[in-house]
Design a protein around this ligand. Structure first.
Ligand code: X5A
Ligand code: ZN
Length: 691
């Protein structure tokens, strides 16, 4: 019997057609843009069982009249005829007249199929028959100019599809299209086709290398912002060099693309999805990981009601492109949360490029007029861009997977946020005062504690040669730990920091390695359901303990007492919560690290982070509840799958014991949140409500 359709299940179109493999070099010479590219992608998806979960479509050839919306009759005629017999002997000669182009007898059909495929899926997504789609096509399209094939591209697939929606399908209501071109090369063809057209916002991020990188013209410069009514609707982010990776792209997304997309409010997003900026690509020299691509895509799903069409462009490492496409399809299928981490800081040149782009475009897009340096500093509490890939043993070794260059050390931090490298920090006064040192100054001393309480996160540990021991890193970062159970009672919570036990506890706690008191305490309410589950704990004896439903719901309200502590302390609280509560006694060795800085970026991104190392524990799921003073608010609760188990009775639900209840009431009353009566009613209500 078929399972009932999950209404949240996405309908994702997946288009692949073997006929597009017939386009190949005429004499079988090796070429990076070869049929194995799309075969490798398709095989990967098949081996992962992806097609069964998608709406699989095959290609249709595009009609000339649609292609004519961007290409000249002469160009259409040429591509139509390249594969006919009379042209056969001339393939090589014709191709040699173009820039980076080859033809064989399958080329013409493949070119028509590639266009038709992108049109087909775009129409279906625009209509709503599909939520999103990906077309695994070749030849690619974004270099193709109106009268010229170039850069392995014959017809401009994405541009034709965009024009088709705008001009031929007005009834579908697509009036504004955002084209995101993340191929490592500049999408010169697409840019030119919509240069004066505000209905298409063309955004391309690419290697530029000051005009030296293919297609090596000035077209990819950030100065190219569009013309006439299209002014402001062309955005180029030109990298100065290779080596760009996840952190650089995410920075551009956060500081340029997303603010603009928010304001532009497109009706659909077409992605010129080349994967030649992927790690290990032989042409690109950049290092986006599959996780990076999935983040970039995920960040776009919030726009255009999720109407996203991805069309393959470049990408020449078979494994990299297959893995990257797979990661993207999984995002479209919404199977996640995303799991991964960003392993570097943006390059120093990345901030410069972002600044140039914003400066160029800020009169068109208000959101780009925000002064960057401060934005960068403030947003840098997100250690997702601070590589300290600490493994879950307490080692300080730093892994560099992919070999793409990143050594995560002091020097990196310093060169990234240059102004900070000139600042000296008062180490005994974490983040309180940072003063200029030895700089002849007309400026007043800079105090960063308000604006950037996490400035210390950017400071390397001087003691350890380059790389930092995890405790010392975590100890320099603060978070708000939000408690909603017995930890709302401060003396109870302090046992997790200082060690020992208080009234009502059966067993003493070891405390955190760092026994210093919380730096602040504040209360808040959060839109999550409080409930009581499990039936016995070592600490509290018989009875259920508090959990927060991991999903938020605006109709719920739970009190939360937040303690400002270091990440190291949060880590140790997490350990104690999880091992002391386990009946099976399988406790984590004291002193283990469960978190690294990049996890905080991930949890901020996804709102929750199930920790594999704790999956046997009761509080294995970290929730991100927003920010306070630029610090993340984190709490811990059960996983979503445990919610189902509580509901089904597979795991026990039971109300709090008197001792436990008293502790919560004391927390709420002594924290001056509500009266004793109200507190009792609040707990009873939480204990009675259905999950
Ligand atoms: C689609 C694409 C690259 C052309 C490079 C020519 N083209 N050297 O990635
Ligand atoms: Zn490319």
């Amino acid at each position: 019997m078929a399972a009932p359709e999950d209404p949240r299940r996405r309908r994702v179109g997946l288009l692949y057609d073997e006929r597009m493999c017939h386009h190949a070099t005429p004499d079988g010479e090796i070429h990076p843009e070869n049929p194995d590219r799309i075969r490798a992608i398709w095989q990967k998806l098949e081996s992962e069982g992806i097609p069964q979960r998608c709406v699989v479509l095959s290609a249709k050839e595009a009609e000339d009249k649609y292609i004519a919306s961007v290409h000249t009759p002469r160009h259409i005629k040429l591509i139509k005829n390249i594969s006919s017999k009379k042209f056969n002997s001339q393939h090589l000669r014709i191709a040699s007249e173009f820039n980076s182009i080859y033809f064989n007898k399958g080329s013409s059909e493949a070119a028509y199929l590639a266009v038709g495929s992108v049109m087909e899926v775009s129409e279906k997504v625009a209509k709503g028959d599909l939520d999103s789609a990906i077309a695994i096509v070749r030849p690619p399209g974004h270099h193709a100019e109106s009268d010229e094939a170039m850069g392995f591209c014959l017809f401009n697939n994405v541009a034709i599809a965009a024009n088709f929606l705008l001009n031929e399908r007005p009834e579908l209501g697509i009036r504004k299209i955002l084209i995101v071109d993340w191929d490592v090369h500049h999408g010169n063809g697409t840019q030119n086709m919509f240069y004066k057209d505000p209905r298409v916002l063309f955004f391309s991020v690419h290697r530029f290398d000051f005009g030296m990188f293919y297609p090596a013209s000035g077209d990819g410069s950030y100065c190219m912002i569009g013309e006439g009514p299209g002014a402001g609707y062309n955005i180029n982010v030109p990298w100065e060099q290779g080596q760009c990776g996840d952190a650089d792209y995410v920075a551009v997304w956060d500081h340029v693309l997303l603010p603009v997309a928010e304001s532009y409010d497109p009706d659909i997003i077409l992605i010129s999805a080349g994967f030649d900026a992927a790690v290990d690509d032989p042409l690109g020299g950049c290092c986006i990981t599959p996780y990076g691509y999935s983040l970039m895509l995920k960040k776009l799903t919030g726009f255009a009601q999720g109407k996203i069409v991805m069309a393959l462009e470049g990408g020449y490492n078979l494994k990299s492109i297959a893995d990257s496409v797979l990661a993207c399809v999984k995002v479209l299928l919404e199977e996640k949360p995303l799991v991964g981490s960003i392993k570097a800081q943006p390059l120093e040149s990345t901030w410069r490029v972002i600044q140039e782009v914003c400066h160029e475009l800020k009169t068109f897009w208000l959101a780009l007029s925000v002064e960057l340096p401060q934005k960068v500093l403030v947003s840098n509490w997100r250690p997702c861009s601070v590589e300290l890939n600490l493994s879950s043993s307490s080692e300080s070794t730093v892994e560099n997977d992919g070999g793409a260059s990143i050594t995560i050390c002091a020097t990196n931090f310093v060169e990234i946020i240059e102004p900070l490298s000139k600042l000296n920090m008062d180490e005994d006064n974490h983040g309180k005062a940072i003063t200029l040192d030895h700089i002849p100054t007309d400026k007043s001393p800079v105090v960063l504690s308000e604006e950037c309480p996490n400035a210390q996160a950017l400071m390397p540990d001087k003691n350890v040669d380059g790389c930092t021991h995890w405790r010392s890193v975590l100890s320099k970062n603060e978070v708000w730990y939000g408690s909603y159970g017995s930890n709302m009672w401060k003396p109870g919570f302090l046992c997790y920091i200082k060690g020992g036990k208080v009234e009502g506890m059966n067993e003493p706690c070891p405390g955190s390695q760092d026994k210093s008191s919380p730096k602040g305490v504040i209360w808040k309410t959060v839109p999550h359901q409080l409930f009581f589950a499990r039936s016995l704990t070592r600490t509290w004896g018989k009875g259920g303990v508090a959990f927060l439903h991991p999903e938020s719901n605006k109709n719920d309200k739970a009190y939360m007492c937040m303690y400002r502590i270091t990440l190291e302390q949060f880590n140790d609280v997490l350990l104690q919560e999880n091992s002391l509560h386990q009946e099976n006694g399988k406790s984590q060795g004291a002193g283990a690290t469960l978190l690294d800085l990049s996890d905080i970026g991930v949890v901020a991104e996804n709102k929750s982070l199930p920790l594999e190392a704790l999956k046997a524990g009761w509080y294995s799921n970290i929730l991100y509840l927003g920010e306070e003073d630029n610090l993340p608010i984190l709490t811990m609760t059960c996983s979503c799958s445990e919610i189902d188990q509580f509901r089904s009775g597979e795991l026990p639900i039971s109300g709090p014991s008197n001792d436990y209840m008293n502790t919560l009431v004391r927390g709420l009353v002594e924290g001056k949140q509500i009266t004793r009566e109200e507190a009792i009613a609040y707990i009873n209500d939480a204990a009675m409500r259905e999950l």
